[in-house]
Design a protein around this ligand. Structure first.
Ligand code: ADE
Ligand code: ZN
Length: 334
């Protein structure tokens, strides 16, 4: 790749819209927290942990991801995790991040809702000053657990409405369609949360339609399977409902065999509002800049297409219109 294109990608102001905070747990911090909290790990070393990060499917990855998340026990752990992420991506010119967290992963082994929320929001507050990244928080329900459990989680979140902008849906997709969470999302919307959902990552295009029709989401996370349904494609073009696409994740979880097979460029050229994101960067081999670079190299994206992806990231964000325009103008001046 030409150096000037790498510099161009670096210089693009970027918004990260699909990032699981638990997925930023690098093996180095994993070992620090395991030691600090006396949690036994199934790895003998940092290198050994990294070596095992080869996944055959979403479920195969999730097994590792949930196991590693067990080292997160105290407010300070969540604070350290979140601030480390913000510091890292500030050096990639990320200006704004909308971050997922999975409360049920932690409450299942005795961590209080407040503990994780205070740790994460403390770091997000501090991160607004230094390194200077604006942020929002999105609470994700684990779709392989019951709707009842999701409803209990939503009720726990109600006192914290001020610091959670949206609810989302993640974890094992196949067999857990969006419609399972109709009532939970109905209540979430009534309570003023925006709604997003993972759909069409491994699951069929019908799950994307359910997320739109039943959960009334304003954004689809992943959504790459929309290509299999031309009527849905047209709907996504017409409505400009954004897709938060995660290229490295899609390769690591075998959604596409190779980056050259990825449909990002096709979707962009058809006029969908597609964005580039990192999902679980500690496990998938790269943060947002690496996602832009690998995708550009494989699909030969032009400068204009890279700029469009970055502009889309702000358009698709939950920022106000004035701020969105400020970033879009900045990209246009590059
Ligand atoms: N949780 C963390 N990463 C995820 C992904 N890519 N899909 C579904 N759930 C997730
Ligand atoms: Zn995800």
């Amino acid at each position: 790749m030409k150096d000037d294109l790498k510099t161009f990608i670096h210089n693009l102001p970027k918004a990260e819209l699909h990032l699981h905070i638990e997925g930023t747990l690098e093996p180095e911090l994993l070992f620090v927290l395991a030691e600090r909290n006396s949690v036994k790990l199934p790895y003998t070393s940092i290198e050994a942990a990294r070596k095992t990060y080869n996944f055959s499917s979403l479920q195969d990855f999730l097994n590792t991801y949930y196991q590693c998340a067990r080292v997160l026990l105290h407010e300070q752990d969540f604070y350290d995790l979140t601030l480390a992420y913000l510091k890292r991506v500030a050096s990639q010119n990320v200006r704004h991040a909308e971050i997922f967290f999975d409360p049920q992963t932690h409450t299942a082994h005795g961590v209080a809702f407040e503990t994780m929320l205070d740790g994460i929001t403390g770091a997000l507050q501090d991160g607004k000053r230094e390194p200077g990244i604006s942020s929002e928080l999105i609470l994700c329900f684990l779709r392989d657990l019951s709707a009842k459990s999701a409803m209990e989680t939503l009720r726990q979140a109600l006192p914290y409405k001020d610091c959670i902008i949206a609810v989302g849906l993640d974890s094992s997709e196949i067999g857990n369609p969006p419609g399972k969470f109709r009532e939970v999302f109905d209540l979430a919307r009534t309570e003023g949360f925006l709604c997003v959902a993972h759909a069409g990552e491994e699951g069929p295009p019908g799950y994307i339609r359910e997320a739109l029709d039943i959960l009334k989401v304003v954004r689809i996370d992943h959504g790459v399977k929309c290509q299999q349904d031309e009527t849905l494609m047209q709907r996504l073009i017409d409505t400009q409902i954004p897709l938060t696409i995660c290229p490295l994740s899609n390769i690591k979880l075998r959604i596409f065999d190779k980056m050259r097979d990825h449909n990002f460029k096709y979707l962009l050229e058809r006029g969908l509002c597609v964005t580039i994101n990192s999902d679980d960067p500690a496990y998938f081999g790269g943060y947002i800049e690496e996602n832009y670079i690998d995708l550009q190299q494989a699909l030969e994206l032009t400068r204009e297409q890279l700029a469009q992806a970055a502009k889309n990231s702000f358009t698709a964000s939950f920022l106000g219109d004035t701020e969105k325009q400020r970033y879009i103008d900045e990209i246009d001046r590059l």
